[in-house]
Ligand binder design. Structure first.
Ligand SMILES: [Zn+2]
Length: 465
């Protein structure tokens, strides 16, 4: 996120100067109306020298920063980006302006969405450098709050506090590092999923700890974490009539000038702190899928049934969920770590007596309407009574409210690696299978869980001490 446009970025061209030159002024409620004639008056395409001069180069890393807060690796990367910019700028005729509107947009690399895959999206680990000193706790809390905002979809950030003492760009125990910098042109900067480990940093400038009203550090980090999962600046769209970057992106939803990814000073409509809008959440859901439900975890369901991936692609969550409702239930397919309809029927003789041994539709309805409320068990890996009995904090919080305990597992416990069954302990499983640690990461409990269910158990691996 960039505090003011200054003169460092190519966003600071022509028509911008006629508008507002700092976020502070935007905060005063000045209206930015840019008639189309201004777009017509757009400046000519920059030369490479001009383009390069508008990038900021981080003194310590040598990394170029473009578009306010986006790192580019090396002169080679900058040249490649420039070529994209020239291609897109020259192809954008004025007649195209305003014909397409869409706001949450994902970065594109080599013709594909720049996003985390299913095995990684639920365990995006990071450290927070202890070099923040007196600001360390502030950053830890702001990161947690910013992460929570994006976790309205099937994405989980995981703070590896055990790595905070060695939190740098070469720490391979984490996906990215969060470190302090000073004297930069930005408040904070981030990266896209396709970037190499060395560039996967969230750097927070000292200025972010001063008065940045109406923004907060948490708001700034909500924006930066959007980049870390692939989202581009909304204002690169030609309709913003300023701040053009390039066209290497794909639209996910309808237009929303208040998007957390839209700089207010680029004709955005947001005048307060940077928050996710409902449209931002919808767009993120298109890319990463919805949260798990009581009977189906759509990500788990699609990713672990190869025929569905072949039919729909690896990220068509809506099609996968419809498949579950229309066919998967009746076929008795496994739909989540916590609900396995075949297990449910096989281990509840009263249901077999009532519905028959293969009436999965009736069994699933029973689970939703009565089974979970009664504390029944519907999978080898999740036993709600075991979960409550062996987690004192949950027992204290939920008592015998089995539905609440299940929700805790679905949204939190699974990602914390909590044990929820006598037969399976995900922390034990990961700790005793170094190949899985190498493949997924030391704290990637959801990926380890899937591996156990669909591969590890059949391979004869041990699931518990
Ligand atoms: Zn940004």
């Amino acid at each position: 996120m960039k505090l003011s446009l200054g003169g460092h970025s190519r966003r600071a061209r022509g028509l911008w100067v006629a508008g507002v030159a700092s976020v502070g002024l935007v905060g005063c409620g000045e209206t930015l109306e840019s008639p189309l004639s201004e777009a017509v008056a757009r400046e000519p395409v920059l030369t490479y020298e001009e383009f390069r001069a508008q990038a900021w180069r981080e003194p310590d890393t040598g990394i170029f920063i473009v578009d306010g807060d986006t790192p580019v690796e090396g002169e080679e990367g900058l040249r490649a980006l420039y070529q994209d910019y020239v291609r897109d700028a020259e192809s954008m005729g004025v007649s195209e302006l305003g014909t397409q509107r869409a706001p949450l947009i994902v970065n594109r690399v080599n013709g594909a969405d720049d996003q985390w895959g299913y095995l990684r999206q639920r365990n995006i680990s990071y450290c927070v450098s202890t070099a923040f000193g007196a600001n360390y706790n502030t950053v830890v809390q702001a990161m947690a709050q910013a992460a929570a905002a994006w976790q309205q979809v099937n994405v989980r950030f995981h703070h590896r506090s055990d790595q905070d003492g060695a939190c740098n760009a070469s720490n391979n125990q984490v996906i990215f590092d969060v470190r302090p910098v000073s004297g930069q042109s930005y408040l904070a900067r981030a990266f896209f999923p396709s970037y190499s480990r060395a560039s996967r940093n969230v750097l927070i400038d000292t200025s972010s700890f001063g008065n940045i009203a109406p923004w907060t550090l948490t708001g700034i980090l909500r924006h930066e974490l959007g980049h870390t999962i692939g989202f581009r600046h909304e204002h690169t769209r030609p309709e913003a009539r300023t701040c053009f970057e390039d066209n290497n992106w794909r639209a996910l939803t309808g237009y929303d000038a208040a998007s957390v990814m839209h700089y207010p000073q680029c004709n955005g409509s947001n005048r307060g702190d940077l928050n996710l809008t409902a449209t931002d959440v919808s767009g993120a859901r298109v890319l990463y899928g919805p949260l798990a439900e009581t009977d189906v975890d759509t990500g788990f369901y699609l990713s672990n049934h190869g025929d569905l991936v072949n039919a729909y692609g690896a990220a068509n969550w809506e099609a996968a969920r419809n498949h579950w409702l229309n066919w998967g239930i009746a076929e008795g397919r496994r739909s989540s770590a916590h609900f396995d309809v075949k297990y449910y029927l096989a281990n509840n003789p009263d249901l077999v007596a009532a519905y028959g041994p293969t009436n999965y539709v009736a069994a699933r309805n029973h689970w939703l309407n009565w089974g979970i409320g009664e504390g029944r068990r519907a999978s080898a890996e999740f036993d709600v009574k075991y979960y409550l009995a062996n987690n004192g904090d949950l027992q204290a919080a939920f008592g015998n409210n089995y539905g609440a305990a299940l929700n805790h597992w679905i949204h939190q416990g699974l990602y914390e690696g909590r044990r929820a069954s006598a037969e399976f302990d995900v922390k034990y499983y990961l700790a005793n299978n170094p190949d899985l640690v190498a493949a997924f990461g030391a704290t990637n409990y959801p990926a380890a869980m899937d591996h156990w269910i669909f591969q590890g158990r059949a391979q004869g691996r041990r699931g518990a001490p």
